[in-house]
Ligand binder design. Structure first.
Ligand code: FE2
Ligand code: FE2
Length: 498
């Protein structure tokens, strides 16, 4: 039995009421199972499925209205939960005798209890900070009573009105009519954030599903780094991790060089017998992977990459040489861009192999954490470096400190890519900024290179093209002039003529 506690509140009374009703339904199912009243169990389960679907829809529209950045991934969780519950309900309905029903009912309740608590306390809590105080309508009368039907979902007109009210509240302080060249300071910075494509399903073999599920986990890191700002003119090709073409080639590399080693493990092949894999997708796959299996996948993955490492040996005269295996040469060919301007990748050595190794974490889906950290970087950037007029100004150095803090949150290899992603998206994160940022990470270039090798590699390329520094100086001057114009405007003075 679950008891509702105030700590479970997500801050929106209507959604709290939904959660209370879901808890109530699970508790009812619990009681009917204990009494072995099977027809009632079936009825409650049906009601639970219908109610949960309605709740998911309401919660998703609230998240979308709040512009909660993890709305899409949260929807995927709902889909997976719904599917899992349906499978269990169907299994229960298919039970032939009471003994089966008892066993099935016990599993079902355990799953429902865990699911409900885990989802409300961990996943739903993530949107709580986005709920404006008192902004959402209170639940309609009767919603918390068990015997009534579904509370009506908000109509499209209600949602539009709610969005409009929120926009108006936000813009209330912004009573300026800015000149057209400054108008963008009323909006958030604009750039491309690619969405993760939906998980794939319908595989005709378990092997293909495994491979696709592993590629998907890796994509959650790669696609994150695909963000870019088309308004920025960058002279040099992007770092490899940021290129969709690299992602495609990397899938091919996993398929050819890595997956065969993973597939040798009997444990992973055995997984095919423990769930109905043909109806699951590449995200749901990971819900069936147990702790020991996670370790076994990681072991296979690490082993396969380590097999591609360059081996140091000594020649007869004592000089050291690195031997490159045939497979590693083939890997280099696979990961080469179709055109050197599409992305930049060094000749693959042991450092690159370590980076590739870091891209799969069977124990952790990094998508949400990466996106949350990005939101912090974005806010700090706007506040400190390119202030919007509806925001407070951040203190000097806040953006740099935000980036440095990322070193504690991610595998160390990725911070380098985070720095380069900021350069690719934020207009004022210039190569001059990168040079000065790098000084935080070591006294000499060699020391800095140990922390952020790819940023240092990029800066070396930049130093060879003096036009880049000239362009950046120009842009910085334009930016300062614009800021001057803005402060003059806000001080209600006429802008000075140049
Ligand atoms: Fe919920
Ligand atoms: Fe939810």
């Amino acid at each position: 039995m679950i008891t509702w506690r105030d700590a479970m509140s997500v801050g929106a009374p209507a959604l709290d009421a939904d959660h209370k009703k879901l808890i109530e339904l699970v508790n009812f199912a619990d009681q009917w199972v204990a009494r072995e009243s099977w027809p009632q169990v079936a009825t409650v389960l049906d009601e639970l499925m219908v109610y949960a679907q309605g709740h998911f829809r309401r919660e998703e529209s609230v998240m979308a209205a709040l512009k909660f950045p993890e709305t899409e991934s949260h929807k995927k969780l709902h889909e997976a939960l719904g599917m899992r519950a349906r499978v269990l309900r169907d299994r229960f309905n298919a039970c032939a005798n009471d003994e089966d029903r008892r066993a099935c009912g016990a599993i079902l309740l355990k799953v429902l209890n865990d699911w409900l608590l885990d989802h409300i306390l961990k996943q739903d809590m993530k949107y709580k900070p986005y709920i404006p105080k008192k902004a959402l309508p209170p639940p309609s009368r009767g919603e918390t009573e068990l015997q009534i039907g579904l509370p009506p979902p908000p109509t499209e007109a209600e949602m539009v009105a709610e969005r409009k009210a929120r926009m108006e509240a936000r813009n209330k302080d912004v009573e300026y009519a800015l000149p057209p060249n400054l108008a963008h300071l009323l909006k958030r910075l604009d750039y491309v954030i690619p969405e993760l494509p939906p998980p794939a399903k319908g595989f005709d073999s378990f092997e293909k599903l495994c491979l696709a599920a592993i590629c998907r986990r890796v994509d959650k890191v790669l696609v994150f780094f695909h963000r870019h700002n088309p308004a920025l003119k960058l002279e040099l090709p992007t770092f490899f991790l940021a290129s969709p073409e690299f992602a495609e080639k990397f899938h091919q590399a996993i398929n050819t060089f890595i997956f065969p080693t993973l597939w040798e493990s009997r444990q992973i092949r055995m997984l095919a017998t423990s769930f109905d894999w043909a109806s699951e997708d590449t995200d749901a796959f990971w819900e069936h992977v147990t702790r020991p299996l996670e370790q076994s996948i990681l072991q296979g993955w690490t082993q396969a990459w380590d097999d591609l490492r360059l081996v140091e040996s000594k020649k007869s005269d004592g000089t050291r040489v690195l031997q490159v295996k045939e497979n590693t040469k083939a890997l280099r060919d696979v990961l080469l861009p179709s055109d050197p301007m599409i992305y930049d990748i060094p000749k693959i050595g042991n450092r690159e192999i370590d980076v590739f190794k870091s891209l799969l974490d069977p124990t952790n889906d990094w998508w949400a954490t990466l996106n949350r950290s990005w939101r912090v970087c974005h806010d700090l950037y706007e506040q400190e470096k390119d202030p919007r007029i509806f925001q407070q100004k951040a203190r000097e150095g806040a953006f740099r400190d935000g980036l440095l803090a990322a070193f504690n949150r991610f595998p160390p290899d990725w911070v380098d890519f985070m720095v380069l992603a900021c350069h690719r998206v934020f207009p004022r994160i210039s190569t001059t900024f990168l040079e000065s940022f790098a000084t935080n990470l070591g006294r000499s270039e060699a020391e800095r290179e140990a922390h952020i090798p790819y940023t240092i590699r990029y800066l070396r390329q930049v130093r060879e093209i003096p036009e880049i520094a000239a362009r950046e100086r120009m842009e910085e001057m334009e930016w300062r002039a614009k800021m001057k114009e803005l402060s003059d405007f806000l001080a209600k003075r006429e802008p000075k003529k140049p």
